[in-house]
Design a protein around this ligand. Structure first.
Ligand code: TRP
Length: 382
């Protein structure tokens, strides 16, 4: 369906909206994509806006790169508010890796008190999947939307775009975008080939559309900030090229790295169910998955005491680091005790397993408050 996976070296870095594999070198990726690392300037501005409560995901660097976020801050200083835009491809149940950018997006919504436009790309996941029916992706869109709302977004300021329920304004924007992107550009950016179906080729204009929708709905230009994993950046490159031709601002983006899975290396991926904590797992099952996780541990207790563990390779460590242990002293202590061989993997797993179990159970309780009808009310219909 895409360009052949030529004979790649076994751990060659591949990052596209459809595939993330190999050893990821984020510095190289930023260069390749032409984005900018977040600097002290943007981070201290966020620190100020959050009154010293910088989000862990930012403080510890999971969010690390951007396009024009400095411009978003400048506009704010001038009194021009932005809107947030992010989304989800509903190809299955939600897992912890999906929640991470949403948790950060909610934090942004809270500190800036802004609108969020959330796109459910049930069309994309149907067009790009060989396995899912359109009805299945449409159903998952509702299920996933409940997970989105369980993260705590303000229902009055959160608007869903369901691609299978596009409005005429949305379609009009998508067609204006499509009219300005050639097949050769789409091929170069996304790697489409003759065998790609024609829905796939049109699809990027659908993902670009929400960048301009708030401006159309409000009747004046609205700056857009997109928090998303960096693999989505190719879409924003195309969108940013088209924006001035249509008289809109270029969307800004703030990018995160991929959240690790529980298996060795790689990101959390739904295609490897044991590597993921799903929001539909029972809390006990989630706990078990953590207990079975890959760590940076040595083969035996003796070896571990002698050589120390390898926290940089350890999923348990990264979970604590990015999400579950806000206390810097505790994280540093965990790291140094692990390196010194004073901490065994079983102990770390147990601590995290309890936290994950609690997290899943809390999430499920919040999620259970949302029904299909409530989601339907939040879908933009005109
Ligand atoms: N293509 C994304 C996915 O497969 C879904 C998506 C649509 C998205 N619009 C977005 C993700 C904006 C982040 C930001 O998951």
């Amino acid at each position: 369906m895409f360009k052949e996976k030529k004979d790649r070296k076994s751990n060659e870095m591949v990052v596209t909206p459809w595939e993330v594999s190999g050893t990821i070198d984020y510095k190289k990726l930023v260069k390749k994509f032409g984005t900018t690392l977040l600097s002290e300037k943007e981070i201290s501005a966020l620190d100020k806006y959050s009154e010293g409560n910088l989000h862990l995901l930012l403080r510890r660097g999971l969010f690390f790169s951007h396009r024009d976020f400095d411009w978003i801050l400048k506009m704010l200083e001038k009194g021009v508010k932005f809107s947030l835009y992010t989304g989800r491809g509903p190809s299955g149940h939600t897992h912890l890796g999906h929640l991470v950018p949403w948790i950060f997006t909610k934090w942004l919504q809270d500190i800036f008190d802004v609108e969020l436009y959330f796109q459910m790309t049930d069309d994309e996941k149907f067009l790009f999947s060989q396995k899912l029916s359109f009805q299945e992706t449409r159903d998952f869109a509702y299920e996933n939307a409940k997970d989105v709302m369980a993260v705590g977004f303000d229902p009055k300021k959160t608007h869903f775009i369901f691609d299978s329920q596009l409005t005429s304004t949305m379609y009009k924007i998508a067609v204006e975008v499509a009219n300005r992107v050639t097949f050769s550009i789409a091929k170069a950016v996304f790697g489409f080939v003759n065998e790609s179906n024609i829905g796939m080729i049109f699809y990027p204009s659908i993902q670009a559309m929400p960048c301009f929708l708030p401006s159309e709905l409000k009747g004046s230009n609205v700056p857009i900030l997109i928090p998303a994993a960096i693999d989505q950046d190719p879409y924003w490159r195309i969108t940013r090229d088209v924006a001035p031709k249509l008289g809109y601002y270029k969307p800004a983006a703030i990018h995160c790295k991929f959240f690790p899975g529980l298996a060795e290396g790689g990101k959390m991926s739904a295609s490897e169910p044991d590597s993921c904590i799903f929001t539909t797992d029972t809390p006990n099952n989630a706990k078990k998955k953590v207990m079975r996780s890959y760590t940076g541990g040595r083969a035996t207790v003796e070896e571990q005491s002698e050589l120390g563990g390898e926290p940089d390779k350890c999923n348990i460590y990264w979970y604590e680091y990015y999400l579950f242990e806000p206390d810097d002293n505790k994280v540093n202590e965990m790291r140094s005790n692990c390196l010194a061989g004073k901490l065994l993997c079983g102990q770390c797993k147990k601590i995290l397993a309890e936290k994950v179990k609690q997290f899943v159970s809390d999430h499920q309780e919040k999620r259970s408050k949302f029904t299909d009808e409530m989601i339907t009310k939040m879908i933009i219909k005109e």
